[in-house]
Design a protein around this ligand. Sequence first.
Ligand code: 1PX
Length: 215
Amino acid sequence: TAMSVDEKFCLSEVLDTFKSCLTENKEVIIDKYVAGWRGLVRFMNSLGSIFSFISKDAVSKIQIMVNLRNGENGEQYFTIQSMVKYELDNGLVDTTKRGSHPDSGCRTLLRLHRALRWLELFLERLRTSAEDSKTSVMCSEAYSESLAQFHPWLIQKAAGMAFCALPGRLTFFEVMNVGSPEQVVAMLGEALPLISEVYQITEDLYAKHDLLGIP
Ligand code: 1PX
């Protein structure tokens, strides 16, 4: 049956997608990585239209990756590792200044990768938060420690305003649709190590090839 748009979905399924990213030899499968982001964007959209400027950017980056996968060299984009090798070997990345490859896979994925660090920090704060903690504060702290340094002032201000619209901790947990707060905390405890692993593998790969600063 066709998936209905308002179908209840469960955030643990989304986070499981990141678990399924890794192959036996610790390569990151792009289709799964992108599917994880798609689920997160769906979740964010369910929180309200104030987040739509964020989801628009995320969706356009997801779409770039999907197009590369569907393109004539799609099989080169099976894993992040194969993508990096293919794009570097063929001069398809502008590594130091903007040029003729503004939509390279390496550049686009780096943006999602930086956002994954935000996710890791935010989920860790949620996991260890006290009952009276504010999601908006947790979210903006995670943002300041990660993505903010890559964003111009205007985006930082807009993001800060959007964070203020986040629901309180309990409502947020309910929207996640995982179960009781205790179950949410347990689920986060299981999901986080895998998200961290995917993040770290990508970070090391990009560092090795000096790709962490792609403009
Ligand atoms: C249980 C928690 C689940 C929460 C799921 C939330 C999913 C959030 C998805 C956010 C993806 C953001 C990707 C941003 C990529 C980016 O940095 N783009 C910028 C640079 O791109 P460029 O091509 O110009 O180099 C671009 O300028 C970004 C613009 C939009 C603003 C980005 C603000 C990011 C804030 C991230 C936190 C989302 C808060 C959601 C709260 C639930």
